[in-house]
Write a protein that binds this ligand. Sequence first.
Ligand SMILES: [Zn+2]
Length: 171
Amino acid sequence: MSNMISFNGTIASDTDLHMSNLGTNVFINVLVLSGSALAQTESEKRLVVYLAEKDQAKIGRGYVGFDIVEMPWDRKTFEQDKKFMIKVIDGARNKIGWEKLDYSPSKTFVLHWMNLFETLVNKITIDKIQDNSLNDWLSESEASDPIYCNFPRCKIHGVFLTCFGCQICNN
Ligand SMILES: [Zn+2]
């Protein structure tokens, strides 16, 4: 079982990122640590929460793949948010927050995944964002969800919580 992150799942591409279930947990762990340390604006925090929702302990192993075009990009702040996501990828390469993990991720694997993920993120342009991806995502969230409650953080890991809790604690 594995998860796939692609640019647009309906179009097969050799840049698709395939990871084992265990690998996916590590991938999300390190992105969420970096993103939670770097996010400042609401749209940046939302993107980190979206990644943290890829929580296999809650959604199911092998069921958390996603497409870059369906991320909740905000067209109003798109260029800034895309730069932010590249910074988050760089932060993961630089091991931001890894001291909070109770294991040591493989630097080799993380670098490989981050290079592929960066290639995918770099491909997104404002006209490629899936229609209504942001509004659909926002309307699926309950009023009591963290994105509407000032983005609370895990007391242990310092990362943004999702409607499932802390992605790192859960996995
Ligand atoms: Zn935690």
